[in-house]
Design a protein around this ligand. Sequence first.
Ligand code: ADP
Ligand code: MG
Length: 460
Amino acid sequence: MSQENIIEVWNAVLNILEKQISESTFTTWILPLEPQYFDDNCFVIHTGQAFAVNLLRGNHYNQIASAVKTVLNKELEIKIIFDEELQKKIEKKSKARAAAAQQQEQTAKPKYDSLTQMQSSNLNLKYKFENFVVGSNNKLAYVAAQTVAQKPGEKYNPLYIYGGPGLGKTHIMQAIGHYIIKNTPELKVLFITAEEFVNDVVNALARGDEKTKNMNKFRKKYREVDVLLIDDIQLIAGKTRTEEEVFNTFNTLHGAGKQIVLTSDRTPKEIPSLSDRLISRFEWGLMADIQPPDIETRMAILSNLARDSNIEVPNNIIEFLATVYENNIRELEGAFNRVTAYASINETPLTVENVKKIINYEEKANVFSFDGIVNEVAAYYNVSPKDIKGSGRSAKIAEARQIAIYLCRELTKQSLPAIGNFFDKKHTTILYSYDKVKNELNTNYSLSHSVETIQKLLNK
Ligand code: ADP
Ligand code: MG
């Protein structure tokens, strides 16, 4: 065989050696050898590992020599020579291999994964976009929430969602968090209720000696997130130190382009004693309100719940429940859960009669309804309910309307947006009317007399 075929020769030698030498020795010391040349006297092999020279000469010389003899049919002297260039080449290769392996490990295991983020975010798995029913009542908030979830920190910052109790504020806020964690797990999301935030401030301040350390820890916790979700922000009002921390946290995050989402039961301006600087910041981005759902949305919500439960809920029951609970989805859901729990325990069929008993419907009928109040006020003032709900401005109608609004708020404890929805007025108008009557009750005798009389009639 000629010199040109040295690679082939060497491969044949390797084939023989592989069977005779332990696997680890073979891969570590033999495989990296590079044959150089051979003539009639010797066969020269280079190694990049200095240690290999003595090791192979001492322990495997005969095996190599005999393998070469088998292939070339000649007895040659085997020369194993350390080659510095080859050493460098091997080192370079192994570094590249290590780097590639490390990179592969990183891509396979991202630094942040959704599960870890989920655990530190405080989010509730129940509140996702997928199970949020969109209706005309919450469309604006929904679209804004989606925008924020897709491009946090870019468009509406802060996003301020407000509306009455049980209308889905917490749900939609958490949905933003879930979406971000799922789609951009490298972003850190933190959900917190304003109440917890207040407690955190109080605790950090309370521990005498360690106050500074605790405050630093507190600040780190809130300022190192990419998306901060604070629920029921109205609860910080009047708590000076908390307001200050919210202010500083807000500035830091907003300045760094981090997303802030807030929910509240009212607009920033309507939060009593909230500092002006916070009011203005909360209004910087987008304010989106959620109104009570219309009947179709309520039915859609119930249909979804029915689909997810294993209980067959007839349509007429869904319709009935949807007509009874107009202003609070939490109550609507609560009633639905009671009904299905009952149905799963008892084998009696679900009829409207049964359902009425389950939800104490008779009792609820005694509770004041918006319509009942408006009808009573209208009768007292000798105007039509339509006038009261309309926008006529005569003094009599205006007073009747304000009293109706006041009583709706006082007697039903419904939210301003819910009342606003019923009267087809902005809830700021509702708040104005309510405050006006309330303030005048002590000074305006005729007004207080009318209010008392109507209330007595309603209680009959
Ligand atoms: P809020 O924070 O406004 O008081 P929540 O977000 O806690 O109200 O909602 C109350 C309940 O109603 C939750 O169980 C929530 O999942 C449900 N809910 C509210 N809005 C919707 C909606 N649009 N679609 C489905 N479920 C809703
Ligand atoms: Mg809530």
